[in-house]
Design a protein around this ligand. Structure first.
Ligand SMILES: [Zn+2]
Ligand SMILES: [Zn+2]
Length: 135
């Protein structure tokens, strides 16, 4: 089991990373860049039944971008991104929120590489996808 929390600690969770995608996926799209203020969003995926809120689920706030299939989930007190719905079967967990159980993780996929920022140089062995994740 891995554990994570937001910066203020109000929201906490534990999870097991999906066996079929056991690594970090980095999205370089412009929406993720604005959401984090960095080069994108690094996440891991967990099956719904392998994820549990430890505290603060009721605090989690969401914002859906109009016209886009994209929603951000965050702690309203400290602003940290927190886990949210990735697809009907899985949750995404922002990789930077992991406090325990993430030491051996490596980046395995980069998505929306074609729209990354000009200053964003990819230097690891993760597989690069020009747009969305193909599976
Ligand atoms: Zn917080
Ligand atoms: Zn993105």
């Amino acid at each position: 089991m891995a554990e994570g929390q937001c910066n203020c600690g109000a929201v906490g969770f534990e999870f097991e990373i999906s066996a079929d995608l056991e690594g970090v996926i980095v999205c370089h799209c412009s929406i993720c860049r604005r959401a984090t203020g960095t080069n994108g969003m690094a996440v891991v995926l967990a099956d719904n039944n392998a994820f549990r809120w430890l505290r603060g689920e009721e605090l989690v706030t969401t914002w859906k971008k109009p016209g886009a299939d994209w929603e951000c989930w965050f702690c309203p007190t400290c602003g940290s991104p927190v886990p949210g719905t990735n697809d009907p079967a899985r949750m995404f967990i922002p990789a930077g929120t992991i406090s325990e159980g993430g030491d051996s993780l490596e980046v395995i996929h980069h998505i929306f590489v074609d729209s990354r920022a000009g200053w964003d140089t990819i230097c690891d062995a993760g597989k690069q996808h020009r747009e969305a994740f193909e599976g």
